[in-house]
Design a protein around this ligand. Structure first.
Ligand SMILES: Cc1cc2nc3c(=O)[nH]c(=O)nc-3n(C[C@H](O)[C@H](O)[C@H](O)COP(=O)(O)O)c2cc1C
Length: 221
């Protein structure tokens, strides 16, 4: 990934999910602070700014990862079911991601090891957990998404890699205990932040998208 992309379009093009970070290269706090300040500019219904983000670094992050890995090694839920019309895309991305990691379709142990890396935040030095008040609804979760997209683009622009991770939400009790997350917040997903490992080929994966016309309908007249 380029060190300092210069504009929004470039950041959008550059951003991709990073699934192996340089564990020992810390994220400078000032870069994190700049990106967070920009993300706080995201819009939200009635300007309630419903996003809540817990960021663990240093020993706190290590303790969290230890607890998550311990729990995940005892088993983790299969991926959540999707409506039939989406399952082909899920299979396609699975094949692409594992393929880019050199893991064959029938290599179940290889897949298991790769999946377990989710719970070490792919070795990222910053481990985030994204939450929202449990009584808020779908429109408010859009605002959380807008905050997150702004955040990951601002981080990309600063040369950092990110991965959003719904897998992290599989063990809410571990997250609550380790990060003191109060009960009135629902846990939505994880966010790994760090410097991408340039040696890890899967970090270069450029995932496909539908043609715009498949998702957007223009109506005129
Ligand atoms: C809400 C959300 C949750 C995700 N959860 C995971 C996850 O648990 N593990 C993972 O490896 N990738 C996860 N991803 C990354 C997606 O697989 C990825 O965004 C998608 O395949 C498109 O690839 P790209 O981000 O490289 O453009 C998640 C993305 C989003 C937006």
């Amino acid at each position: 990934m380029d060190a300092h992309v210069s504009d929004l379009t470039k950041a959008i093009e550059e951003r991709r999910s990073i699934r192996m970070f340089l564990r020992d290269k810390p994220v400078p706090r000032d870069l994190l602070d700049e990106a967070l300040a920009l993300a706080m500019r995201a819009p939200s219904n009635s300007n309630i700014q419903p996003w809540r983000l817990f960021l663990a670094t240093g020993p706190r992050r290590d303790k969290l990862v230890e607890a998550l890995l311990e729990r995940a090694s005892r088993g983790y839920p299969a991926t959540v079911g999707l409506p039939q019309s989406f399952s082909a895309l899920r299979s396609e991305i699975g094949a692409l991601v594992y393929g880019s990691m050199g893991i064959a379709r029938d290599d179940s142990e290889g897949r298991r090891m790769a999946q377990l890396r989710n719970w070490e935040f792919f070795r990222a030095p910053v481990a985030g957990v994204v939450c929202m008040h449990r009584d808020l609804g779908p429109a408010d979760s859009l605002a959380v998404g807008m905050f997150l997209q702004t955040l990951v683009l601002a981080l990309t622009e600063r040369g950092l890699g990110t991965c959003l991770q719904v897998s992290i939400a599989h063990f809410p009790d571990v997250l609550r205990e380790q990060l003191d997350i109060p009960d009135d917040l629902q846990i939505i997903c994880g966010l790994a932040v760090g410097y991408a490992d340039p040696e890890f080929a899967a970090n270069q994966l450029r995932t496909p998208r539908n043609p715009v016309g498949e998702n957007v309908v223009f109506l005129d007249g």
